[in-house]
Design a protein around this ligand. Structure first.
Ligand SMILES: Cc1ncc(COP(=O)(O)O)c(C=O)c1O
Length: 380
């Protein structure tokens, strides 16, 4: 990640410069024609690609083991393009029930307007996935670990199922990052990321990326070049630099998360703890096979319902209250009243969201400081 960068120029600069331009010039009309026909590699226009987005995509392809990729303006642009670029009106998709709230709104409210229907399945229903397949099913879409339920979906099982049924397996790998989990190795065809989260890791920019096998990516890239949700050169430069430290940061995020999860699981004011790195988690065995460790998110339920959960949030001193995750600072969220507030009661239940649930995005501070803050907030 440090050395797989664009070649340096005559200044021998140690970081790739930012190419803050929208257009690119040509030697002559013939060169321009060849570039537009794709017969000569040459940047054409910033909506298509730019040296900084190229570098970021190249690094992400290396990390995920992908053949091709396209950097997008946000994570949601990546999620939308990974579906809309590959499906058409009349198609049906299987979607894991526990997904990011905005993705659920996309699936429920917007995709049906373009004739794309869906069926949700839970991790407990994965062994009878065949019952959900319809003649027009084309794609399986999953998040693992899921936001915020931290449900684990067996990627090997899904990869084999997708191959047997000629379905596209599309995985949102935002929570794990390619440092912890590489879905393409298990048979996924497409991987998406909100680069806004751990890939940036410092809460500075919005970004996303779609990666995958060359054939489906050709369509996704054509869709994105046309619809225009492209990443800016400045954002690509920041994210490319962030990748230099992603592995180190994830190690610290995850060791902190395990320490916090262990602390919470022994606390008398805590009803339950959800962390895929604890043997008590229902997806622990599967997670051991597909992810390096339990990740950087921990959720827990406060005894006494919503009232006490809100009190815990209001008492926090160091830990921030926000909707974001994957930042250097630890963040607490109440999904039922924020990130997932648009879901119905039934959808919330299926997504593993209760009124007393707090989601922690574990940061890079000392674990002892997080535990001190949680200790004082959990005094009842
Ligand atoms: C799992 C997951 N996927 C996608 C997104 C969307 O990313 P963005 O906010 O960058 O559009 C988020 C945002 O929280 C997320 O948590």
């Amino acid at each position: 990640m440090i050395h797989s960068r664009l070649e340096s120029g005559k200044e021998r600069e140690l970081s790739t410069p930012v190419y803050m331009n929208s257009g690119f010039g040509f030697e002559d009309a013939d060169e321009m024609e060849k570039a537009f026909r794709g017969e000569k590699p040459h940047h054409v226009y910033g909506r298509w690609a730019n040296p900084n987005t190229d570098e970021f995509v190249q690094k992400m392809c290396l990390l995920e083991g992908a053949e091709s990729g396209f950097a997008t303006a946000t994570g949601m642009a990546a999620v939308f393009a990974s579906i809309a670029g590959l499906l058409r009106s009349g198609d049906h998709m299987l979607v894991s029930a526990s997904i990011f709230g905005t993705t659920q709104v996309l699936v429920n409210d917007w995709l049906p307007r373009f004739g794309i229907s869906h069926s949700y399945f839970t991790a407990a229903e994965i062994d009878r996935l065949a019952d959900f397949v319809q003649p027009n099913t084309r794609m399986i879409y999953v998040e693992t670990p899921s936001n915020p339920g931290l449900e684990i979906f067996d990627l090997q099982l899904l990869g084999d199922f997708a191959r047997r049924n000629q379905l596209i397996l599309n995985v949102d790998n935002c929570f794990a990052t390619p440092v912890l989990q590489k879905p393409l190795q298990f048979g996924a065809h497409i991987v998406t990321h909100s680069a806004t989260k751990f890939i940036d890791g410092q809460g500075r920019v919005l970004g996303g990326i779609v990666l995958g096998d060359a054939a489906p990516m050709q369509q996704v890239i054509a869709f994105l070049k046309t619809t225009g949700a492209t990443m800016s050169p400045m954002t690509a430069w920041i994210l490319s630099k962030s990748l230099e430290t992603l592995e180190l940061r994830m190690e610290r995020h995850c060791s902190n998360a395990l320490a916090v999860a262990e602390f919470l699981s022994h606390h008398s004011a805590v009803e339950f703890v959800n962390y895929p790195g604890l043997p008590a988690h229902s997806g622990y065995e599967i997670n051991q096979r597909q992810m390096k460790n339990g990740g950087a998110l921990v959720t827990f339920g406060v005894k006494g319902g919503k009232e006490n959960a809100v009190q815990v949030l209001n008492r926090l001193k160091m830990i921030a209250i926000a909707a974001n995750l994957g930042d250097a600072c630890t963040i607490a969220t109440h999904p039922a009243t924020s990130t997932h507030c648009k879901l119905s009661a039934d959808e919330m239940k299926k997504a593993g969201i209760s009124d007393n649930l707090i989601r922690l995005s574990i940061g890079l501070e000392h674990a002892a400081d997080m535990i001190d803050d949680l200790s004082q907030a959990l005094r009842f």
